[in-house]
Design a protein around this ligand. Structure first.
Ligand SMILES: Cc1cc2nc3c(=O)[nH]c(=O)nc-3n(C[C@H](O)[C@H](O)[C@H](O)COP(=O)(O)O)c2cc1C
Length: 187
């Protein structure tokens, strides 16, 4: 085994797109890889200091959507262009924006699935950022991405993950097993 010094190589990492409104209702988006499920109805995201955190300070509601092969370029763009100094970042991203039905935050219609969220807790808050814990208020899924059982079909979405080793995006592939089930073979 080769050893490497400690770094942010937890694998695989999501490509979350966080949607917020500023105090005037102007939409913004940023890319975040350092996030995950916190509890059954809550998520967590490690946030630096961004336009997004400015927006959350005045309006603690946001959306989280999951980047796909089809939305990759603009998803990466909102990870390198801040709304703080790129006021036309949403025009450049080119997404269709609607207000979310249950929170005061934008939905980007090109993405298959979106969580509507409300800030619950900011842990270790400082001027460099904080760890955000947020309640999932509601989940939206484009009807084109539903499976036969009526639930979201993750395989259809062409989701991408972030590779923090080589800074690439990798498209997810096919389902290859059944969770809480295949392991029973060894019971
Ligand atoms: C692949 C990738 C992952 C990122 N992950 C995070 C993250 O987890 N947390 C964070 O604070 N910033 C992260 N960023 C940086 C922000 O997306 C970036 O600073 C963005 O421009 C902030 O936008 P805003 O100022 O408009 O909110 C990531 C960027 C990229 C490209």
């Amino acid at each position: 085994m080769k050893s490497f010094k400690s770094t942010a190589w937890l694998l695989p990492q999501p490509v979350l797109i966080i949607g917020t409104y500023d105090k005037e209702g102007k939409p913004n988006a940023m890319n975040a890889a350092w996030g995950g499920q916190w509890d059954m109805h809550e998520i967590m995201i490690s946030l630096g200091s961004h336009q997004t955190t400015d927006n959350l300070a005045v309006n603690p509601e946001f959306t989280v959507t999951f980047a796909t092969a089809d939305t990759l370029v603009a998803s990466d763009y909102v990870g390198i262009a801040s709304g703080r100094n790129t006021p036309d970042n949403m025009q450049k991203a080119g997404w269709t924006i609607e207000k979310a039905p249950n929170v005061n935050a934008p939905v980007f219609k090109e993405f298959p699935m979106t969580l509507e969220c409300r800030v619950k807790q900011k842990i270790d808050e400082s001027e460099t950022g904080y760890f955000l814990v947020a309640e999932i208020v509601n989940i939206l899924c484009d009807e084109n991405y539903l499976a036969e059982d009526g639930k979201p079909d993750v395989e259809k979405m062409k989701l991408i993950t972030f590779d923090p080793v080589h800074h690439t995006y990798i498209q997810l592939g096919k389902s290859i097993g059944n969770a809480f089930a295949d392991g029973k073979q060894l019971k």
